[in-house]
Design a protein around this ligand. Structure first.
Ligand code: 5GP
Length: 209
């Protein structure tokens, strides 16, 4: 893994709209690439192995843990989820910026390991909006929604481990804010070293006329 490029880490409580934000961001910027996590959870209708996740068995996942193949891994909702080192290498080799969609446990683990990690936490404008969104998704039973809301409050308390907090009230505004954060991060002095040095080494014709 390279330390001279940035990595985006996005977390959010379920229902905050993180997946939609990531999709929009990737449509806007061709320099981003989604880090495909490995998981042992069941594939959902519409999901594609190798696109949304690399789906695998607990046995194979545990073998990868023993082989030290992961940058981070965690158990979320009784399933394993992890980011393979190989996945970050793949994206960096193509000179693009990896986006990691990972939970708060995973973000804490990579906090110290990623040289130029940008940690972004997405929150809904209010808990009542979150509740409405969860109901609107029509995918969870009432007790599931109650549980997700309770978990959301616990997760939001973890915002202190992130650099930026984005409120997803109006989707395009949230996307623009994250876009701005990426742009600023790429303009930091340590990111610009190569460009400045190249400029200073440029041979110019000093004769006039
Ligand atoms: P879902 O099963 O709904 O796709 O994801 C459940 C949760 O797992 C989300 O909070 C998501 O951010 C998190 N997650 C997905 N991939 C990873 C990963 O590679 N590592 C960690 N720590 N969490 C992940």
């Amino acid at each position: 893994m390279r330390n001279d490029s940035i990595t985006l880490v996005l977390s959010a409580p379920s229902g905050a709209g993180k997946s939609t934000i990531i999709k929009r961001l990737m449509q806007k910027r061709s320099d981003l690439d989604f880090s495909i996590s490995t998981t042992t959870r069941q594939i959902r209708p519409g999901e594609v192995d190798g696109v949304n996740y690399y789906f695998t068995t607990p046995e194979i996942f545990e073998e990868k843990i023993r082989n030290d193949d992961f940058v981070e891994w965690a158990r979320v909702h009784n399933n394993y989820y992890g980011t393979l080192k190989k996945e970050i290498d793949r994206i960096q080799a193509s000179n693009r910026i990896p986006i990691l969609d990972i939970d708060v446990q995973g973000a804490k683990i990579v906090r110290s390991g990623l040289g130029n990690g940008i940690f972004i936490f997405v929150i809904p404008p209010s808990l009542s909006v979150l509740r409405e969104r969860l109901i609107g998704r029509n995918t969870d039973a009432e007790d599931q929604i109650k549980l997700r809301l309770k978990n959301a409050v616990d997760e939001i308390r973890e915002y202190v481990h992130y650099d930026y907090v984005i409120i997803n009230d109006i989707l395009e505004d949230a996307v623009d804010s994250i876009n701005a954060v990426i742009t600023c991060s790429l303009l930091k002095r340590n990111m610009m070293n190569g460009r400045v040095i190249k400029l200073l080494e440029e041979q110019i014709d000093n004769t006039f006329g």
